[in-house]
Design a protein around this ligand. Structure first.
Ligand code: OGA
Ligand code: MN
Length: 298
């Protein structure tokens, strides 16, 4: 296996490995080491079934169910297992979702800079996104390096944010877009969770900003002040020199570390062009901050 730097220290392009077959311990360790050194790895020409994607992903930890899969009725799911995140514009029957479709509107939240599952108390470690059908135009995914963004802060800002705790909820990111239609019975899933604003990577020891569109406030701050400040930090952290745009090819698999990056999907003609991407997500381990209330089983 070889990793060529696309953006040194941030994005690497992997070759010389077939991720559709069981990997040796050494191969798994090499991918993990690559993830620690970079934060985004791109694998091309990996034609995977959902089962193969799940099997490859399980090398790195426990898979979590996406929130949307948990919140949708079984009949409204296109893919079988709740561990397969359906990042597409298709309905259960494989047809394009219409403009006012509630799942389409919910999914538009992916166009805001975010870290996956930061609305869960344990967050997520890696996400793995596999491209099955790509649109003819647009629909890139962009990544931002939260370690480089942290390093570039001035000392006063680093001192100010040291120890700050943020509150994240899916309700905050969706409210940003004016979407509030969750359906009954999902109250516990939108309850805010707390995270440290600055995280330290367990292997490299590097610090990073843990930012996400799901942040709604900073504990102990007035909400408007918190939101204005988070907006400033987000603007800083997503400057072009901290980011990389991935242009999808069919059978690409992109793997990123949600602890050290943010990402967002870019616009495409989603009412006419099919885009079928599928995501598996490695559940986080441990809390980054003390929680306000006892958490319901996730
Ligand atoms: C995701 C996501 C963005 C995109 O799958 O977690 O945010 O480009 N995707 O589809
Ligand atoms: Mn995402």
């Amino acid at each position: 296996m070889n990793i060529a730097p696309l953006q040194p220290g941030f994005v690497g392009e992997v070759s010389g490995i077939d991720i559709g077959v069981p990997l040796s311990d050494d191969q798994v360790a090499a991918v993990e080491a690559g993830m620690d050194q970079y934060a985004v790895l791109i694998f091309h020409d990996q034609k995977l079934t959902d089962q193969q994607q799940c099997d490859f992903s399980r090398n790195f930890g426990e898979l979590e169910a996406t929130l949307i899969a948990q919140m949708s009725k079984p009949g409204d799911r296109r893919l079988g297992p709740v561990e397969m995140g359906d990042i597409s514009n298709l309905d259960a029957a494989g047809k394009l979702r219409p403009r006012d479709d509630s799942r389409r509107m919910y999914a538009l939240g992916n166009r805001l800079w975010h870290a996956d599952a930061s609305f869960r108390a344990t967050g997520a470690i890696y996400s793995l996104l596999s491209a099955r059908v790509v649109p003819s135009q647009g629909g890139d995914t962009e990544f931002a390096d939260m370690r480089a963004a942290y390093d570039a802060l001035d000392d006063k800002t680093k001192a100010l944010i040291d120890g700050l705790v943020t509150e994240h909820s899916i309700a905050y990111s969706r409210a940003e877009l004016g979407f509030e239609d969750y359906g009954p019975g999902n109250e516990d899933k939108i309850r805010p969770v707390r995270h440290s604003l600055v995280r330290t990577h367990p292997v490299t020891g590097r610090k990073s900003l843990y930012l996400s569109a799901h942040i709604g406030t900073i504990v102990g701050w007035p909400m408007p002040e918190a939101r204005a400040f988070i907006r400033d930090l987000t603007e800083h952290a997503t400057q072009p020199h901290f980011t990389h745009a991935h242009r999808w090819r069919v059978n690409d698999l992109v793997m990123w570390d949600n602890r050290t990056t943010m990402h967002r999907g870019r616009r495409y003609r989603d009412l006419t062009d099919v885009r079928d991407l599928r995501r598996t997500t490695i559940r986080g381990v441990g809390l980054t901050a003390e929680q306000l209330t006892a958490l319901a089983a996730e």
